[in-house]
Ligand binder design. Structure first.
Ligand code: HEC
Length: 456
């Protein structure tokens, strides 16, 4: 008995394979429908290259940077594999988003595929979490400072911000524990959930079949008539094998493009992380630019909008889209409101990404860009403004000149001294010309002192 027959006898593999490969797919399924399988292929590339990187990578503050350097400079094909992992990560984001956009405009999230959409959006969230956690692992300046900013942003979550930020960092600051945590998330937790959800997503796609493109009689379909229309469309369609050829062509092209980028541009490694640098301007990976740029659109106390509400509500709206938009129209032209809203969001995100890519240093971010984002320091700065300190003192080039420039007061005076002096200057420096702040509440005073101490 041949192996195929042996397996078929036990597992029914032949009929399974026949059902999968020799089936018809709806009419007009074409190249845009390869975006999902392209994303799947890139995720495979990430997994394989990630496993090879893990052979050499050491997740400790002492050795992380050196091990990445070793991979890049010594390990055979190390620079290539690392470059591939880096570039294919960006391609995953691009293709996952393109896939989502395609599904959105073809109305493929509607009945009976609401659940595939929900799982797909969760997968997109996981992909972004991969990006955020992976960015720290090389432990260079870029990695360190982007994570300082990222975890400060988490502090803005109302009520639970401190807990979330501490959970992420494993302590009050980014350090040894943060690296261990991000590594565990990146190589254990996230891949487990990724492949579990990918399996569920694929099961759903196979079970429901490829969604029919919203053309002709399929531009508007109600659930009652859906099954019949779908069968009709399949009867006119081509074989799945033909589509599989398209998928393979795209996968091969992507492998070539990612390889070219990896060999041509590699993956950067800056100076080793240094928590005492004061001039480094942190920047996240490009696919977070749109959120990062929003931070400068809503400064001060409004930071909670871009730091929390906009991403969280945006993600929820995306997740629940099939339940919010339940009309029978699938063609983008038959549902102008949804199409226009989505186009506006897309244009906004593209514009902010472009701005983030071309305007490196956001205004006022220079020395402590990370620190300024924490709510506690934000409060301190507000007290500073409300008390009129800026009328006499300059900070980062702004303010009056009757008192000394405070731009680096944090490295000249310690917090205890600052607390005593600001409350009652006379008591510390006899004859001081500065007005006292004895009437300032304890909380406001400590926020103010925290802010002054952060100016280095
Ligand atoms: C009317 C102007 C004026 C205002 C308003 C003012 N200061 Fe001052 N401040 C001064 C002058 C002048 C000095 C330096 C001479 C002195 O110690 O009297 C000074 C000194 C300081 C110093 C000490 C610098 C050092 O290392 O010796 C700190 C810190 C400081 N101010 C913080 C603040 C804060 C915080 C506020 C707001 C609550 C504030 N100042 C409001 C005039 C002002």
């Amino acid at each position: 008995m041949s192996l195929g027959a042996w397996l078929d006898d036990r597992l029914g593999t032949r009929s399974l394979a026949a059902g999968f490969f020799y089936r018809r797919i709806p009419r007009a399924v074409g190249w845009p429908h390869t975006l999902g399988s392209a994303t799947l292929f890139l995720l495979l590339v990430q997994t394989v290259t990630g496993i090879f990187l893990a052979f050499y990578y050491v997740p400790s503050v002492e050795h992380a940077y050196g091990s990445v350097q070793y991979i890049t400079e010594q390990v055979p094909f190390g620079a290539y594999v690392r470059g591939l992992h880096r570039w294919s990560a960006s391609l995953v984001v691009i293709f996952a988003v393109l896939h989502l956009v395609r599904v959105f405009f073809m109305g493929a999230y509607k009945y009976p595929r609401e659940t595939s959409w929900v799982v797909g959006v969760l997968l997109l969230g996981i992909i972004f979490a991969f990006g955020f956690t992976g960015y720290l692992l090389p432990w260079d300046q870029k990695a360190y400072w982007a994570t300082v900013v990222g975890t400060h942003i988490a502090e803005w979550a109302p009520g639970v911000g401190d807990v979330v930020a501490r959970l992420l960092r494993g302590g009050p600051e980014v350090g040894i524990r943060t690296l261990g945590r991000f590594f565990a998330f990146h190589v254990l937790f996230l891949p487990t959930f990724l492949w579990l959800l990918v399996a569920v997503h694929l099961f759903m796609v196979i079970r429901q079949g490829i969604a029919p493109p919203p053309v002709g009689r399929l531009a508007v379909i109600r659930p009652e008539e859906y099954r019949d229309r779908y069968e009709e469309s399949k009867a006119e369609g081509a074989s799945f094998l033909e589509h599989l050829t398209r998928d393979s062509v795209v996968a091969l092209a992507l492998l070539l493009i990612a390889s070219w980028l990896a060999l041509r541009y590699g993956a950067p490694l800056e100076e080793i992380a240094d928590a005492t640098t004061t001039t480094y301007v942190p920047r996240p990976e490009w696919y977070f630019y749109f959120l990062f740029e929003l931070l400068w659109v809503f400064p001060g106390r409004w930071t909670v909008l871009p730091a929390f509400w906009i991403p969280v509500l945006g993600f929820l709206a995306l997740l629940l889209l099939p339940f919010l938009d339940r009309g029978p129209a699938r063609s983008p032209l038959r549902r102008p409101v949804a199409s226009l809203a989505a186009t506006a969001v897309l244009v906004g995100v593209l514009f902010l990404t472009y701005k983030g890519a071309t305007a490196p240093a956001p205004p006022g971010s220079a020395p402590v860009a990370g620190a300024i984002l924490s709510p506690e320091l934000q409060k301190g700065r507000e007290v500073f403004e409300a008390q009129g300190c800026g009328a006499c003192h300059t900070v980062a080039g702004q303010g009056g000149a009757s008192g000394p420039d405070l731009s680096s007061i944090g490295s000249l005076r310690d917090a205890a001294w600052l607390g005593r002096f600001v409350r009652d200057p006379e008591a510390v420096k006899a004859g001081s010309a500065m007005p006292d702040s004895k009437d300032l509440g304890g909380e406001d005073l400590s926020a103010l002192v925290g802010y002054l101490s952060s100016l280095k």
